[in-house]
Write a protein that binds this ligand. Structure first.
Ligand SMILES: [Zn+2]
Length: 349
């Protein structure tokens, strides 16, 4: 028995010593790792990428302050200009069942963006989350108060008309256009910061061609048929062809159909500020559906405050990585009908 106890004691001591040794070793490995890091740092750093869409670009282009432009989506004025060059587009109801876009640009300077229309408080809250230079033409009284109160970098056309132009032959108010470089120039003249430290979204490589499903279709019934939004997944390009009001939604400048890489449906509690003005709660959290690679992932959107960035997390609370390229975020009411059709994956990964 005594021999047995001694043996147990011996193994205990041995095990403890090994643990101590292993901890010490880990410490040593940490040092070695930092040594490796040092040698790695001699290699060229990875190319800079746009914090919002993940596209590679020049450091000076991707570190610029985001620009957010309010663009109208009245069915009779489609197609709009400059949407295909955006990093991210938010679509939400303005009023009367008509949606409007808050269009975010960082790494590309679209030369022709519009028609530019007025602000609402919830678009301003989204723009403020990017600390964007906010381009719009006036706004609801709630929006104008919020812009002032939240310290939004305001590039209102009424205050800075130099950044905008009106196109002859198009009826007002649908004839106001801007360019991202003009917005940046005027912002610089007026002393706004042109660069900010913005972390952005996490990105991942596309799913391999063989693992992509053949079909996914997302239909969002915002209001009436002219405002029905439909995305048809194209497995070859791993992107989503956008249709609005039953027609291919084009960019007027390029003539090409809008084709984001990611489509997010963001469910937001919606009420009324008065008889006319909607109050869409984009600060807080709610459920979302993130579609990329032909599949929808259920998750949660979170935006802790007006100043806070928006993120999408999965059911485990981990950020949902987006594919590199443009993202459309469809801000809908919690009871907006949304249909997602999916087929099984072509081959298992
Ligand atoms: Zn970008």
């Amino acid at each position: 028995m005594k021999v047995f106890r001694s043996l147990v004691l011996f193994f205990l001591v041995l095990s403890l010593s090994l643990t101590v040794l292993s901890c010490t070793k880990r410490g040593t490995e940490g040092e070695v790792k930092s040594g490796v890091k040092q040698s790695e740092s001699e290699e060229p750093p990875p190319p800079p990428t746009c914090p919002i869409c993940g596209v590679e670009g020049k450091a000076e282009a991707v570190s610029r302050r985001p620009v957010a432009v309010m663009v109208e989506n009245l069915s009779s004025i489609r197609p709009q200009s400059g949407l295909s060059e955006a990093c991210m587009v938010f679509e939400a109801l303005a009023e009367g069942g008509i949606t409007r876009f808050c269009v975010i640009y960082v790494h590309q300077d679209a030369d022709n963006v519009g028609p530019v229309r007025s602000a609402r408080n919830y678009y301003a809250a989204l723009a403020k989350g990017f600390d964007a230079l906010y381009a719009h033409c006036g706004g609801s009284k709630y929006a104008m108060e919020a812009i002032e109160q939240w310290g939004v970098a305001d590039l209102d056309q009424f205050r800075y008309p130099k950044a905008y132009w009106r196109v002859k032959g198009i009826e007002a108010p649908h004839n106001l256009f801007t360019s991202i470089s003009k917005i940046r120039e005027v912002a610089e003249d007026k002393g706004f910061d042109g660069n900010i430290d913005y972390e952005g979204f996490s990105h991942k490589p596309d799913a391999s061609l063989g693992s992509r499903p053949q079909h996914q279709r997302i239909v969002i019934e915002y209001s009436s048929a002219p405002y029905r939004v439909e995305y048809k997944y194209d497995s070859g390009s791993n992107s989503y062809l956008r249709f609005n009001g039953g027609k291919a939604h084009l960019d007027k400048v390029t003539g090409k159909q809008l084709q984001p890489k990611n489509v997010v449906v963001m469910y937001c509690p919606t009420g009324m500020l008065d008889a006319k003005c909607l109050d869409i709660q984009v600060v807080g959290s709610g459920s979302c559906l993130v579609s990329r690679d032909g599949k929808a992932v259920k998750g949660t959107w979170e935006k802790k405050g007006v100043d806070s960035p928006l993120i999408f997390v999965d059911e485990q609370g981990k950020e949902i990585s987006l594919n590199v390229g443009q993202t459309w975020v469809e801000v809908v009411k919690t009871d907006t009908p949304v249909t997602v059709e999916e087929t099984a994956t072509a081959t298992s990964q």
